[in-house]
Design a protein around this ligand. Structure first.
Ligand SMILES: *Cc1c(COP(=O)(O)O)cnc(C)c1O
Length: 372
């Protein structure tokens, strides 16, 4: 019996122990904790990594999503009450952000193979009020962005990305209006607290997001917008800066593990989503498997010391927070059988750069030994 944690932060942080301590010390010695040079340096480095002109650090991923949408309203690119297409199977924050910005989420069924937004579903999902698409790179797999952007362009819509699970994923080139990231500690690039960022080629949008996150103010004590307080602090920025050079190697290790899982998990009771044609377009934030007897499989794996999680057991439209939202017109969706099936059958197995080959083999062997 071997214990395989779902994800070990200990390794990621211990690996960098010394430099992280030094990074934090330097901030402490500087006595400057908010809106300083470390945040600016990290923003520049992260924009570079994303191949974008601007990055604005904010307090967390939910705020990054919300402020990106609010800034687009302020700039007159979309209007309050407009509809935004969102995949129905996502983390609840995607939907919360659209609501928080005063927009109406239209939940759309995913492709059951990729679990991402299904471009074939877009035409039927649109109404005269639909003005934007918010794609989610769920599990770390880039959504079909070239096709989504082409559809949006043809219909005069904006395209946003929830990239909270896809730091460092790269694919065919495409141009969205902006992408929102989270640096929650267990994301592929994680802080030691909350953090987030909006990344964009749109300098105006970046300026408004920065202002919104700072009380609606760029110049001290002059308030242009009704903003909030949502900023990436200096300690988190210094930690992210220290981790950033390792992101690529960590993602490559995730891709290696995923390639083994895809090739070696051979159990008719366990369905996997294959490696995409371009392996770099998937950074495997989690490795999902699908099983009709999911809860039984989870118990079986737990008995063998293999820790798993479910992403996500209750889809957003089934959450109490949104009960009545459909009839009030605050949310729009039709039947969502694929989304509900995914929520009933998904199980995320151990994944992360800390996994050693023996652990990967043990997880594979455990899954292959599962019978019902
Ligand atoms: C983590 C996550 C968020 C929210 O990020 P926080 O920093 O926790 O607010 C949003 N969307 C997705 C898909 C996520 O995985």
């Amino acid at each position: 019996m071997m214990n395989v944690p779902f994800y070990s932060l200990d390794y990621v942080n211990r690996d960098l122990g010394l430099s992280l301590g030094d990074s934090i010390d330097a901030v402490v010695k500087s006595n400057w904790f908010i809106r300083g040079s470390r945040c600016a340096l990290f923003e520049e480095a992260f924009a570079d990594l994303c191949g974008k002109k601007a990055c604005v650090g904010v307090g967390n991923g939910l705020d990054a999503l919300t402020l990106m949408l609010k800034a687009s309203i302020i700039l007159g690119r979309i209007s309050t009450g407009d509809e935004v297409i969102v995949p129905a199977n996502t983390f609840v924050a995607t939907v919360l952000a659209v609501r928080a910005a005063g927009l109406v989420p239209v939940l759309v069924e995913p492709n059951s193979e990729t679990c991402n937004l299904d471009v074939a579903q877009l035409p039927a999902a649109c109404s005269a009020r639909t003005r934007a698409i918010l794609a989610v790179h769920l599990y770390g797999r880039l959504a079909d962005m070239p096709a989504i952007c082409e559809f949006a362009r043809a219909h005069g819509m904006l395209v946003f990305e929830d990239a909270a699970q896809a730091h460092g994923a790269s694919g065919e080139s495409y141009s969205s209006n902006a992408a929102a990231y989270s640096f929650y500690p267990t994301k592929n690039l994680g802080a030691m607290g909350d953090g987030g960022a909006v990344v964009t080629d749109d300098i105006e949008l970046a300026r408004v997001v920065r202002s919104l996150g700072n009380y609606g103010s760029i110049e001290k004590y002059v308030n242009q917008y009704v903003g909030v307080n949502s900023r990436l602090d200096e300690i988190q920025a210094a930690i992210l800066q220290a981790k950033l050079p390792h992101l690529d190697a960590w993602n490559r290790r995730r891709q290696e593990i995923a390639a083994r899982y895809c090739a070696e998990i051979k159990n008719p009771l366990v369905r996997i989503t294959p490696v995409p044609a371009n392996p770099k377009s998937h950074v495997w934030h989690v490795f999902p498997v699908f099983c009709e007897t999911r809860d039984d499989l989870q118990k079986f794996l737990k008995g063998r010391g293999v820790e798993t999680l479910i992403h996500y057991p209750i889809p957003p439209h089934r959450q109490e927070a949104f009960s009545g939202a459909l009839s009030r017109g605050e949310l729009r969706y039709g039947p969502l059988p694929i989304t509900e099936k995914l929520a009933k059958t998904e199980l995320s197995i151990p994944m992360g750069p800390s996994m050693i080959d023996e652990q990967v083999s043990y997880v594979i062997e455990s899954l292959n030994n599962y019978a019902h």
